[in-house]
Design a protein around this ligand. Structure first.
Ligand SMILES: Nc1nc2c(c(=O)[nH]1)N[C@@H](CN(C=O)c1ccc(C(=O)N[C@@H](CCC(=O)O)C(=O)O)cc1)CN2
Ligand SMILES: [Mg+2]
Length: 287
């Protein structure tokens, strides 16, 4: 068996076309959806992601503004800028690109974003809403994974799903979204004993742990669906995921590549969250 490649670029393209259509309706009604992106410092990877986010807004009819702040910006100055964006009528969504420099309390910064503009879904109020099954915003990467599973008609009700990684921005919300969809979810992490015992019984494995090529074919049940959230560099400095794609492709029924899998979906769901924030404020005539 050779796994089907789950084409995140193609699914992203389809969803972005609908975003562009709906954004045009809102703009015609006088309210172009607006996203504010705040980048602190000059981390090269963050610069790529932020550039992709702004470009995706421009290509799909959303207004965006990019605030680039120096790495030594004070926490108070950053909080003050967020307060301004919270009251800026042009802005429907705000994100602060992570990671932040060590001298800044990320939790405090994320809590400063107005929950109804928190299009990353990281605010405690939005994390709580997600946990109780009534999310205002789903975090972009897990949301994108759910859209990929939907697009490829992966059965979720009753499925055994294993999430490797327990971060607040991917692992935990990923587990909650899979649970809401009816899967039986196991969250594995660095202290999990016998990881393979869990992954070998999974119908769906989501790798979100940040360890290059950690998930191998022999760790899977034949026919499993593998979602790679990893963003790593291999021994040659080449972008790779948490999944050893070449070994997994002979065992899995479907798998996402890196690049070209989850990444484009993360950006796309940010556009969706921003659009829906704008629609909630001003429903477009034919949403
Ligand atoms: N405020 C946030 N910070 C971070 C988030 C987030 O959702 N909100 N997630 C990650 C990084 N991330 C988005 O910011 C992200 C990572 C990767 C991609 C992507 O398109 N990857 C491409 C390859 C890009 C490359 O060439 O390096 C792919 O996989 O095809 C988009 C967004 C941490 N920070
Ligand atoms: Mg507007």
């Amino acid at each position: 068996m050779t796994a089907q490649t789950i084409d995140g670029k193609a699914v992203a393209q389809q969803l972005r076309a609908d975003v562009a259509r709906r954004a045009a309706l809102l703009a015609a009604a006088g309210h172009q959806p607006g996203l504010a992106v705040v980048l602190v410092g000059d981390d090269p990877a963050s610069q790529v992601y932020v550039r992709n986010k702004v470009k995706a807004c421009e290509e799909n009819g959303l207004f965006s503004l990019l605030d680039r702040l120096p790495a030594d910006v004070t926490e108070d100055a950053l909080l003050a800028r967020i307060a301004e964006l919270n009251t800026d009528a042009r802005i429907d969504g705000i994100l602060v690109q992570l990671p932040l420099p060590a001298h800044i309390d990320s939790h405090k910064v994320l809590e400063a974003i107005a929950p109804d503009k928190d299009v990353d879904g990281f605010h405690v109020a939005n994390a709580g809403a997600l946990m109780t099954g009534k999310p205002l915003f789903r975090p972009c990467t897990p949301y994108g994974v759910m859209k990929l599973l939907e697009a490829y008609r992966v059965p979720l009700a009753g499925a055994e799903a294993v999430v490797i990684g327990r971060s607040n921005i991917v692992g935990k919300p990923m587990a909650l979204l899979l649970l809401e969809a009816g899967a039986t979810v196991t969250i594995c992490h660095s202290k999990t004993r016998d990881l393979i015992a869990h992954t070998q019984r999974a119908d769906i494995v989501v790798a979100a742990v940040g360890r290059a090529k950690m998930l191998k074919g022999e760790m899977l049940k034949p026919g499993a669906v593998v979602i790679d959230v990893g963003i790593n560099r291999d021994e040659n400095g080449k972008l790779c995921g948490d999944v050893d794609f070449d070994s997994v492709v002979n065992v899995a029924s479907a798998a996402t590549p890196v690049p070209g899998g989850v990444g484009p979906m993360t950006i796309t769901m940010l556009l969706v969250n921003t659009l829906e924030a704008a629609e909630r404020k001003r429903p477009s005539p034919q949403a």
